[in-house]
Design a protein around this ligand. Structure first.
Ligand SMILES: [Zn+2]
Length: 279
């Protein structure tokens, strides 16, 4: 059974059972670029089958950011170079240098799927220097749009030739913005700056692919940017956000997303109590 679905010319996705995660395949001249391959081992194996059935090999990989569900890999996907931003790679290198890294990662993985998540090839990525504006590969130009906000070294990819924005963990229709509250002096402003950066390329986008959730058309790009900005501003101003993703009619994550929202509010309140200066 084919798992890949075309969303734009030469761009296909596979949606995982876990958290509606999207793996993205971009067809190049000699093989494909694979972005955030997936979560369950069997899903990545299916993806590898789909590719080999259509005579394609993976010639490059990319992880949008240093969170476990974006760093996985499967042996059947081959040994192509895998990339991330320099900052993303540095965070992962630091993680992997701890002899107990698998235990550290395991805390984040829901116990019911832990057995299905292969960790052996996690995070074996090469950092691309900050001045490198695009992924080095033989295919449609994939421009790296690095920003802070969700995670250090997070990058969206703009594949302008295909009108595609791979947004990483930004601009989801199901997940609220999840702020990086650990690595940054001003998480709110970082997130707002990231949204401005994405807004700057919005006119090039016909298909938006978030790391989790549904793809969107051109009309969705500004709508999702506005929705995320409104949420982050509500967090900043300690207002109750009117956001359908954590509202009573939310179709996804009812049992855990409101808790994420509450924790973000609390953490931000604690930060401002510590003397008004962020950090
Ligand atoms: Zn993430």
């Amino acid at each position: 059974m084919a798992v890949l679905r075309q969303v734009a010319e030469g761009v296909l996705i596979h949606e995982s059972e876990f958290c509606q995660s999207n793996a993205v395949v971009v067809q190049g001249r000699a093989g494909v670029l694979l972005i955030d391959p997936g979560v369950h081992g069997y899903e990545m194996a299916c993806l590898a089958n789909d590719l080999s059935d259509s005579g394609q090999t993976v010639v490059a990989g990319f992880s949008t950011h240093p969170h476990w569900d974006h760093l996985l890999w499967h042996a059947r996907l081959g040994a192509a170079p895998r990339y991330g931003t320099a900052r993303c790679a540095a965070i992962v290198r630091d993680l992997l240098s701890d002899a107990r890294w698998k235990d550290r990662i395991a805390q984040w993985i829901p116990p019911d799927i832990a057995d299905e998540v292969p960790l052996d090839l996690l995070g074996l990525i090469t950092g691309l220097p900050a001045e490198m504006a695009q992924i080095p590969w033989d295919g449609p130009q994939a421009r790296i749009i690095e920003h802070q906000g969700h995670a250090p070294g997070h990058a969206a990819l703009l594949i302008a030739e295909r009108g595609v924005l791979v947004a990483g963990d930004m601009l989801s229709d199901v997940l609220i913005p999840m702020l990086d509250l650990n690595d940054t002096a001003d998480p709110i402003e970082d997130y707002l700056a990231a949204l401005r950066l994405l807004e700057g390329v919005a006119s090039d986008v016909d298909v938006l692919i978030p790391g989790h959730g549904s793809t969107g058309g051109a009309d969705q790009v500004h709508a999702r940017i506005d929705q995320d900005r409104a949420y982050v501003q509500a967090l900043r101003d300690a207002h109750v956000p009117i956001d359908p993703r954590v509202g009573p009619s939310a179709a996804y994550g009812k049992d855990w997303l409101p808790g994420v929202h509450e924790r973000q509010l609390q953490r931000l309140a604690q930060r401002s109590e510590r003397g008004g200066t962020p950090g």
